[in-house]
Design a protein around this ligand. Structure first.
Ligand code: MF3
Ligand code: CO
Ligand code: CO
Length: 251
């Protein structure tokens, strides 16, 4: 069942979304060669608390930290660690989710550490474009599968692949609610969009031709590409409005 949000609830989600966006902006200048992902985690936790919010990932199904930090071949759910030191040319996705006044705001971005080669930069920028292509399809009366269809149409021409094991999700009082949002075309997403639906669009794109991923047996969380290739991701929380859509996780 998809929970439809009232105008009042959307306003609360706008506030939570804005704080998540501010957090991602705040952390950006700290994302530099030589810093550990644990340091970034701790700064995010401090910022979130200072703004009267709670880090949603912390203890979520046992997740041990406040944010996810996914470097290079890590697809998602990377656990911040003092052992993971960013180096020049790395790409790192930072995924933040805050709970403010009971509502979640979820957003992520892949940062390039220092400078990377042209191939990597193009890949990261195209992953961001893919997210916006998907978001642009969102309006009342359309089917949810238009999101995945637009992303697939855009991304496959580069020879990249779209991760299938993880997707976007409805969001509100709960971190993850219905609907599940595929980032490729599937009739599983034959769901009519209605004003008041709120969900994330968060494509995980692998630079290689395989969408296969592996979950770490050691920590039970870290998801990596099966072929060891780079993976990038961007995420916004989006509301379906009367006119079209509104990205809630922007400043
Ligand atoms: N923020 C992630 C998402 O976009 C979920 C992280 S769950 C955690 O859905 F437990 F790993 F934090
Ligand atoms: Co999400
Ligand atoms: Co997220």
């Amino acid at each position: 069942m998809i929970i439809i949000k009232t105008k009042d609830e959307i306003e609360k989600m706008r506030k939570a979304g804005r704080l998540a966006a501010q957090l991602l902006k705040y952390i950006e200048p700290f994302v530099r060669a030589g810093v550990s992902t644990l340091y970034l985690n701790d700064l995010c936790e401090e910022f979130t608390q200072k703004h009267g919010a709670v880090s949603a990932p912390l203890h979520y199904h046992g997740f041990p930290k406040s944010i996810c930090t996914s470097i290079n071949n890590v697809v998602c759910h990377g656990i911040p660690s003092e052992k993971d030191i960013l180096k020049d040319g790395d790409i790192v996705n930072i995924d933040v989710t805050v709970i403010l006044n009971g509502y979640h705001g979820d957003t992520s971005k892949t940062f390039i550490v220092g400078d990377a080669d042209e191939k990597t930069k193009n890949f990261v920028h195209r992953t961001e474009n893919a997210m916006y292509r998907g978001i642009n399809e969102i309006r009342p009366g359309r089917y949810l599968y238009e999101v995945g269809r637009a992303i697939e149409k855009y991304i496959t021409k580069f020879g990249y692949s779209i991760v299938r094991d993880y997707g976007g999700h409805g969001i509100g009082r709960n971190f993850h609610e219905e609907p599940y949002v595929h980032h490729h075309f599937t009739l599983d997403d034959k769901i009519r969009l209605e004003e008041g639906m709120v969900f994330t669009v968060e494509p995980m794109i692998n630079i290689g031709s395989s969408y296969e991923v592996i979950t770490s047996k050691e920590d039970g969380w870290t998801v990596t590409t099966a072929d060891g290739s780079l993976s990038a991701q961007f995420e916004h929380t989006v509301a379906v409005t009367a006119q079209g859509n509104e990205i809630l996780t922007k400043i």
